[in-house]
Write a protein that binds this ligand. Structure first.
Ligand SMILES: O=P(O)(O)OC[C@H]1O[C@@H](O)[C@H](O)[C@@H](O)[C@@H]1O
Length: 318
């Protein structure tokens, strides 16, 4: 954990006594991360406004995953495999990693925490591998939230393993009907509502008027979510995560999800930096890294500002 006089990192009890870490920045931005699931559950701007969606019925009761924030899908995204939906990492208690292997970039005076989840005998019954998954959650002085994950194969039997992954980010939006997503137009996607059929997105930016559950393949590194009503744009920058999942259950499915309020779908949009279509394979000793940086720009985002040739990760220093 980073502790100095400029930034603040606090470990305390959250809902139902579950342990959480609060990250605070000088300009009053903040973020919260639960050890249960290694899950970010809050990200606030300098005015104290919540930028992530959290279900009005979120249970915070293991072994159910927490509905909202940024669940970690590992070692499987969705139903793309033989394991349980979205894998087991979101239902495990992670630990704080006091001495993580160095990341190439420094976290300087940023508020951050490093979490770790390792293989267990219980999980080996379903997924017979030794692994380490690390997560650094870092809040920059400007309020951007940077998540860096590293997966290492620690198998002793010489066997490789294969996995898929997603940062299942639930963004808070004022009114889903007034939201537009830019950066995914004309791309191929797998439609989860049509047996993962491969289709091509038509037309302009994506707007929402019914249920959507698509895995966009090989997307640009930048995606924008424009919340017209709030005059706010979220910008997602990602690295090592070629795909992007877009999900909103809409009214009927929302009613069928026990830990989601009937009207909650109006205020949420999941845009998930992911690696789904081509799973990652690691040999023993190998490591994979994926990153997502999210920013909230407090003004209307101009169409065309997304420049896919700009591969630079603004928040390089994680
Ligand atoms: O209810 P869960 O397991 O958290 O999943 C929610 C949704 O997560 C999305 O990522 C999937 O694409 C959807 O198919 C799924 O319904």
């Amino acid at each position: 954990m980073a502790t100095n006089e400029i930034v603040h990192v606090e470990r305390c009890k959250g809902v139902n006594g579950l342990e959480k870490i609060i990250l605070r920045e000088v300009r009053r931005h903040s973020a919260e991360v639960y050890l249960y699931g290694g899950q970010v559950t809050s990200w606030k701007n300098e005015h104290g406004e919540e930028l992530l969606f959290m279900s009005s019925k979120a249970a915070y009761k293991p072994p159910s995953p927490i509905r909202g924030g940024i669940p970690i899908c590992f070692p499987q995204f969705g139903g793309h495999g033989t394991l349980e939906q979205h894998g087991f990492a979101r239902k495990r208690i992670w630990t704080i990693d006091p001495d993580p292997p160095p990341l190439l970039t420094s976290s300087g005076n940023k508020a951050f925490v490093d979490l770790l989840l390792k293989h267990s005998e219980e999980d080996a019954k379903f997924w017979p591998h030794r692994y380490e998954i690390r997560l650094r959650v870092c809040l920059s002085p400007g309020g951007d939230l940077l998540l860096t994950t590293r997966v290492r194969n620690t198998n002793l039997d010489g066997k490789p393993f294969t996995f898929t992954f997603a940062f299942h980010t639930y963004f808070y939006v004022t009114d889903i009907s007034e939201v537009r997503v830019e950066g995914l137009e004309t791309l191929d996607y797998l439609d989860n509502l049509q047996n993962k059929e491969r289709c091509t997105e038509q037309g302009d930016a994506i707007v929402f008027e019914s249920e959507i559950d698509k895995v966009y393949i090989n997307t640009p590194t930048k995606i924008a979510i424009i919340d017209h009503e709030r005059k706010r744009t979220f910008v997602i920058r990602k690295d090592g995560l070629p795909d992007a999942v877009v999900w909103n259950p809409w009214d009927k499915k929302a009613k069928a999800i026990p830990d989601l309020g009937d009207e909650d779908y109006k205020h949420m949009l999941c845009v998930e930096a992911a690696c789904v279509e081509t799973p990652i394979t690691l040999k023993p000793g190998e490591e994979w890294k994926g990153r997502q940086e999210i920013s909230a720009v407090p003004s209307s985002y101009c169409s065309g500002q997304l420049d896919s040739s700009d591969e630079t990760f603004q928040g390089q220093s994680s």
